[in-house]
Design a protein around this ligand. Structure first.
Ligand code: ADP
Ligand code: MG
Ligand code: ZN
Length: 611
């Protein structure tokens, strides 16, 4: 509304200006007396006139007493004729000097054109105002190709690594990147290539955006921040031109960091799914790839992207030279949760005897964002009760409130579930530690990663490309460790083992039908498989063997699975005490790293067994 009244004001002002110019043009001489033709004729007859100048149809009359007057003659008719028509005395007329003046060019044209032009001018002025208003009103309508880039200064408060709790490995990984930007020479002189892309992976609320901001805060270089969804708009081609714009700006400001938050909004796998890909998204993605490929060896621009859906990312994004560095942000374990709670209680007024450790114990599965939210809810809760401090009970009572969020409920786990997951993972870990051919345990955790409730990472001692049958059998047994452990301890099994079972069955089938590892069936490859491009990545297998062989394969799969299962069962039943020790430690600490794990089981002096 403000804009409209402003424009009306301007329109009126312009009109007034035009009127003013007009009046100036016509008031350059002082107002003379106006005579009608018959008055003029009477004056000629009475010999009062000394001179008449004809200027178009205008008559400028000079009286003998020096007075000026004006008059008009009839158009298209000569002056003398007009005067004659009015009965002028021809003798008296001869006394009068007659002068025919050329009309001055400017005034003539103004006189002719202005009446015609004025309406036009007004219309043009009105259009101009409307146009101007539309332009300022719709703003981006004329600049949508420009990226809505936010510079670091757009962030109100500076964040550094100090403000990010836990995430130790992620921070270390990013520190290196920061160092690259701070001292590029050091790396370039040794021939190192500056990393181009860092992909932050993690569940929602694990601190990806926070960490990226911390990188900006630590490195003190220009930091361009844009969210993936901002690329994708309804105008085709906008995304790509925004990318171009973004990279251009960043290169000009190099060394600099580009942060693309929620890149999954654009980085979706191209050509996957039904109905073809999203064209616009594809163009945007392609442009990102083009820009990143266009970096020179010493382009000092680093692209950081964040996503919680690495599974949908296009594989082209993940190739070397693009987002070749991946930083995984796990959900916080109990120690990290305590640290995060501490960070978020800094600006709150807490009761003196508050024990954040106890809160951490009660919040397995909470993300950093959940914990920040928890502290905030507690503060609101306390304020509503007119308390001066937030006390322990306020925080504990708020846990449920935070849990009510639908997304959180699926992720957060109860203490009972935590116990189940702990025994499950302990089962995997124990079988892995017991078998001769299994890979050593690197890390055991009850903190969810992706879909899995917990996880046990085992890594081969050396990088190998070939795996033997006995190693595969050990893998199978390890996979059943979780299932067996749950069965033994709780006399029940949970759905948590379903992916293990699926994986184990698939592996066993592959060993028999692809790797020829069945003694009974021998080294024959069964089934012809083609990777089909449509319908995502469905693998269609053509059956090229008889029903009889199919039954035999099933039998072999079953016997292989049984063997692995029994082996796991024997180990876990025989080493129940070790299992309990691992599980209890897991419940208490949530994650056990390799060193701590080795230390833990050393005192049991486990003898390595075969499957
Ligand atoms: P993401 O981008 O991974 O979804 P954010 O970075 O937006 O998550 O995190 C949301 C909020 O949660 C942050 O602003 C911060 O307050 C809190 N938070 C998350 N992780 C941490 C952490 N490790 N340390 C401190 N605060 C955290
Ligand atoms: Mg985020
Ligand atoms: Zn498992």
């Amino acid at each position: 509304m403000k804009g409209l009244s402003k424009n009306i004001f301007w329109a009126i002002t312009t009109l007034l200006m035009i009127a003013f110019i007009f009046s100036l043009l016509y008031s350059e001489q002082e107002k003379p007396i106006v005579l009608t033709i018959d008055q003029l004729v009477a004056k000629i007859n009475s010999e009062e006139i000394s001179k008449i100048s004809v200027n178009g149809n205008n008559l400028e009359i000079e009286l003998k007493d020096g007075v000026q007057a004006i008059s008009k003659k009839e158009t298209e008719v000569g002056l003398t004729e007009t005067l004659n028509n009015y009965g002028v005395d021809s003798v008296a007329l001869q006394e009068v000097t007659l002068e025919i003046k050329e009309e001055s060019g400017f005034r003539f044209w103004m006189g002719v054109l202005l009446p015609a032009l004025l309406p036009l001018l007004i219309i043009v002025a009105i259009f101009w105002f409307i146009f101007r208003q539309a332009k300022s009103g719709m703003g981006q309508a004329f600049s949508f190709g420009k990226a809505n880039i936010k510079l670091f200064s757009a962030f109100k408060d500076k964040v550094t690594f100090k403000d990010v709790a836990g995430l130790k490995e992620s921070k270390e990984e990013l520190l290196e990147v920061v160092d690259f930007l701070k001292r590029p020479k050091k790396y370039l002189e040794l021939g190192a290539r500056i990393p181009r892309g860092v992909l932050l992976l993690g569940l929602p609320g694990t601190g990806k955006t926070l960490l990226a901001r911390a990188v900006a805060g630590e490195s003190n270089v220009p930091f361009f921040h844009i969210s993936g969804s901002e690329f994708v708009e309804m105008f085709v081609g906008v995304g790509a031109s925004r990318v171009r714009d973004l990279f251009q700006t960043a290169k000009k400001a190099a060394p600099s960091i580009i942060f693309i938050d929620e890149i999954d909004a654009i980085g979706r796998e191209r050509g996957a799914g039904l109905g073809g890909g999203h064209d616009e998204r594809e163009q945007t993605l392609n442009q990102i790839l083009v820009e990143m490929d266009g970096f020179d060896r010493d382009t000092k621009v680093i692209v950081i992207a964040a996503t919680n859906r690495p599974d949908v990312l296009d594989s082209a994004l993940l190739r070397p030279g693009r987002f070749d560095r991946r930083v995984i942000l796990d959900l916080p374990d109990i120690n990290d949760r305590e640290a995060i709670l501490k960070i978020h209680s800094k600006d709150k007024v807490l009761d003196k005897d508050i024990d954040l450790r106890k809160v951490a114990v009660r919040t397995p599965g909470f993300s950093g964002a959940d914990l920040a939210n928890l502290m905030n809810e507690a503060a609101i809760f306390a304020a509503r009760k007119n308390q001066l401090f937030i006390n322990q009970q306020d925080i504990l009572d708020s846990i449920e409130k935070v849990l009510l969020g639908p997304e959180r409920r699926s992720r957060a786990i109860s203490l009972k579930e935590k116990e189940t997951i702990a025994y499950h993972e302990a089962g995997h870990a124990l079988v892995a530690a017991s078998l001769k051919n299994a890979d050593p345990v690197q890390k055991v955790s009850v903190v969810a990663r992706g879909r899995a409730g917990g996880y046990t990472i085992k890594l081969p001692l050396e990088e190998t490309h070939l795996r033997t049958k006995s190693q595969f059998l050990a893998d199978l047994a390890v996979m059943f460790g979780g299932y067996v452990s749950e069965q033994l301890i709780f006399k029940d099994v949970s759905t948590g083992a379903s992916s293990d079972i699926k994986e184990a069955s698939e592996l066993a089938r592959k060993l028999i039908t692809k790797f020829g590892m069945s003694e009974k069936l021998g080294p024959i490859s069964f089934g012809k498989s083609d990777e089909m491009v449509f319908l995502g990545r469905e693998i269609a297998t053509e059956k090229n063997y008889s029903e009889k062989v199919a039954a035999e394969i099933d039998g072999e799969v079953k016997s292989m699975v049984d063997k692995a299962f029994n082996s796991a069962k024997k180990i876990i039943t025989g080493r129940k005490k070790v299992l309990k020790t691992i599980a209890e430690k897991l419940i208490k600490e949530e994650t056990i790293e390799k060193e701590a794990f080795d230390e833990l089981i050393k005192k049991f002096r486990l003898k390595a067994v075969n499957v």
